[in-house]
Design a protein around this ligand. Structure first.
Ligand SMILES: Cc1ncc(COP(=O)(O)O)c(C=O)c1O
Length: 407
């Protein structure tokens, strides 16, 4: 399902590539699941374009516009290869994962769903994969079914099979939970849906999985896949919706405006084929090129080191008495969501903050997941490719101190 390359040592040869860490030697950044830091390669790629040939794309006859257009379209090819998309023309640049899922809910959802139809989500979805569907439910009367969590924080796939029905039109699930770090067997989830009824549309929220593993859209067999650039060491303001071309080709636009039309008269507008149909207005040109630079920078070995550091982190955290790590025995990556009994997670995060250790606290935009875990929130440490053992040692020291002060 996911493949992690084994590194020879627990280290981070890439740490020196991140200016923020060079400039803040004492910073222990453990919030990559929220947003990753940016390497020189990304910052330089964006400033290089801005300083040498930047112009708007797809419309200028002059040289700089054409060079920028080429760089933008090459970025689409880079993204397509990165996720092994079935068709580069199905790779759409959005603002982020949130917009990618809203695009599917709005364009595909309104075109294909009617009152009484059912869609299946999971108990561990980010709000980005809940709220757009609830808005659609309230608009047209679809029903949302939820794959429940098991005790070990994995999804109950037996219960999932029972949710599939002749009314099921879509299954949309997160690949790796940002709330617990648990890896879902999305290939099995997709296969079960397609075996039940090949017409069921499947969407994978790959926001965390593209950061930590090789994600292969064709091997997963999903119809749509969404991710966001800023967690992948790329810039903010750019995300991706990759979809099967034949599905996109039959869909109406999501937004209207420049660059997505063929002809406009006062009577009628005709639309371009995808991806242009879904990219209304001037896109995030520099950021799209920056995202491709992040993917190039990561190369094939982007997750080397993480598996060992993740194990090291888990072992170290497990020595802290009274600490609950949610989904600790499930298949997982380096996102650790934790609590001390009777202690508010934000108080823990604040004490860590005083020691220059950045972790997230709260519901992580997964309120229903928190409800299923029986908590209002957790504190969360998430690893990036710049983290080293010393960061983990400081985290553990900080947690022991926080526990002493708060309990
Ligand atoms: C699993 C998952 N899905 C969706 C999102 C939303 O990403 P964005 O805010 O970039 O749209 C996040 C961000 O935390 C996430 O972790």
């Amino acid at each position: 399902m996911l493949s992690f390359k084994k590194p020879s040592a627990v280290s981070s040869p890439k740490r020196a590539d991140f200016p923020i860490l060079r400039n803040n030697q004492a910073l222990v950044y453990l919030d990559t699941a929220a947003s990753a830091q940016k390497p020189d390669a990304v910052l330089r790629a964006m400033s290089h374009v801005a300083e040498t040939y930047y112009a708007n794309i797809h419309r200028g006859i002059y040289k700089n516009s054409q060079v920028t257009t080429d760089a933008f379209e090459r970025a689409r090819e880079t993204v397509s290869r990165f996720i092994n998309a079935p068709d580069t023309r199905g790779v759409i640049f959005t603002r982020n994962t949130t917009e990618a899922i809203n695009l599917v809910a709005s364009s595909w959802g309104r075109a294909h769903l009617k009152a009484g139809d059912e869609i299946i989500l999971s108990a561990m979805e980010h709000h980005a994969n809940i709220v757009p569907w609830q808005m659609l439910r309230d608009e047209i009367g679809i029903e949302i079914k939820i794959i429940p969590l098991k005790q070990d924080c994995t999804l109950d796939l037996e219960a999932y099979e029972k949710l599939l029905s002749p009314r099921t039109k879509l299954v949309s699930v997160v690949h790796i939970s940002n709330g617990t770090g648990v890896i879902n067997d999305v290939k099995t989830i997709i296969t079960k849906a397609k075996t039940y009824n090949p017409q069921i549309i499947t969407l994978v929220d790959a926001s965390q999985s593209v950061v930590h593993s090789k994600v292969d859209m064709q091997s997963l067999g999903c119809d749509f896949l969404a991710f966001t650039g800023h967690k992948l060491y790329g810039p903010t303001g750019v995300g991706v919706l990759a979809g099967k071309y034949e599905i996109l080709e039959a869909l109406p636009p999501y937004q209207g405006g420049g660059d997505m039309i063929e002809t406009v008269t006062w009577d009628k507008t005709t639309f371009r084929a995808p991806p242009a149909r879904f990219e209304a207005g001037t896109p995030a040109i520099l950021e799209v090129i920056g995202l491709a630079a992040a993917i190039d920078y990561l190369g094939d070995n982007f997750y080397a080191g993480e598996d060992d550091l993740s194990k090291y982190t888990f072992e170290k955290l497990s020595t802290i008495e009274g600490l609950t790590i949610y989904g600790s025995h499930a298949p997982r990556i380096g996102i650790f969501s934790m609590n001390f009994a009777g202690v508010h997670p934000t108080d823990v995060a604040e004490i860590l903050n005083q020691q220059n250790i950045a972790v997230r606290s709260g519901h992580h935009c997964c309120m229903p997941l928190m409800q299923a875990l029986g908590v209002t929130g957790t504190f969360r440490a998430s690893l990036g490719l710049y983290n080293i053992k010393a960061d983990i040692d400081k985290l553990v020291e900080g947690l022991i101190k926080a526990k002493g002060l708060l309990s």
